[in-house]
Write a protein that binds this ligand. Structure first.
Ligand SMILES: [Zn+2]
Length: 102
């Protein structure tokens, strides 16, 4: 007992902004919904084309303001949508600050 040698499969995804591969649960999924706008998929279960971003404001800014998300999800983010996502990022990302000083 106890020696199973299982290598637990951890799904990994790539952040569209910094291109780092990370375990899926360390990333936030963005999904393109039917009308072409992008929503944050907090459960990771929404249907549709998805893209991932680190829980890191720099990546959100690069992804959202820098058009990486538009490109990956083959849509055009409206100004309102962009603002909505950035607002969301500020709410979510402040909780998961790493205490990383630079
Ligand atoms: Zn990233």
């Amino acid at each position: 007992m106890g020696r199973k040698g299982i290598s637990q499969y951890i799904p990994q995804r790539t952040c569209v902004a910094c291109r780092q591969v990370r375990p899926k649960r360390e990333l936030i999924r963005m999904v393109r919904i039917a009308n072409g706008s992008i929503e944050v998929d907090t459960d990771g279960k929404k249907p549709g084309r998805g893209a991932y971003l680190c829980k890191n404001l720099e990546c959100w800014e690069a992804g959202i303001k820098g058009n990486r998300l538009d490109y990956t999800l083959r849509t055009t983010i409206t100004k309102e949508n962009r603002e909505q996502l950035m607002k969301y990022s500020k709410d979510v990302l402040k909780e998961s600050k790493d205490g990383k000083n630079s």
